[in-house]
Design a protein around this ligand. Sequence first.
Ligand SMILES: CC(C)(COP(=O)(O)OP(=O)(O)OC[C@H]1O[C@@H](n2cnc3c(N)ncnc32)[C@H](O)[C@@H]1OP(=O)(O)O)[C@@H](O)C(=O)NCCC(=O)NCCS
Length: 240
Amino acid sequence: MKVSASRQSAATGREGGRFPPGVRVGAGALIDDDVRIGGEPFPRKGVDIGRGARIRAGSAVEDDVHIGDRLETGRNIVICEDTSMGDDCHLGNNTIVGSGSRIGDRVHIGANCYIAQLTTIEDDVTIAPGVCFANDPHPGSATQLCMRGPTIERAAQIGMNATILPFVTIGERSLVGAGSVVTRSVPTGLVVAGNPARILKSVAAVSCPLDLAAGEYLAAPREDPDGGEPRRLPARDARV
Ligand SMILES: CC(C)(COP(=O)(O)OP(=O)(O)OC[C@H]1O[C@@H](n2cnc3c(N)ncnc32)[C@H](O)[C@@H]1OP(=O)(O)O)[C@@H](O)C(=O)NCCC(=O)NCCS
């Protein structure tokens, strides 16, 4: 990766003095100069960012945020307070992660996404650009008592510009079509699409549009014990 030394610096934690007390940044992080980390004036509960993070210009990470190793972000991302994220996560340009969200390992979130407060995203989930999650069934409610974000289960995929409404769970390995509005929970291993989203098929029945892949096209990712990229299961191991 080519970097400009004038606009970036290796991150230093408390000892190095770049960030306020309570901010801990792991070794090997590369964080652009105008990135703000921690609450103002100082984080009350602390911020932990693991090793090898790459956080790009214009971004902000608020107080009480805990992130694993190798986070990579685009520009102008915001991670709001009381949020946790695992290892090897990616956030695209302009994406916002609302407070109280819980995000697992190897989660890829594209550009311009709005992850509402109180959302849960499990491991190996992919969220395409422009996706919005909602958390308040009645926007403008004075009490916000029933505010709950969606839950996206392991290895699910959300197509671009989809909207997922409050309380909805997207089941493990399910796929939401582009532009869908998902109003009801989706069981495991299904493709849904449309507004309101309806079941189209099983993910096992999705084929490669260019006919480049044989067998089960959307095989389940499996964690690599050596810590590398998740591998794809052969079709016979995939669960639907
Ligand atoms: C949902 C999806 C996976 C279905 O793909 P598929 O299995 O090849 O399905 P088909 O193209 O055969 O479509 C089956 C039917 O569903 C409809 N359909 C497909 N995708 C749809 C969508 N997103 N919204 C509404 N209807 C959709 C098709 O029009 C077709 O209807 P018909 O039978 O009346 O003609 C795919 O269309 C999709 O939306 N993928 C997400 C792409 C994306 O966002 N990628 C992000 C990275 S850029």
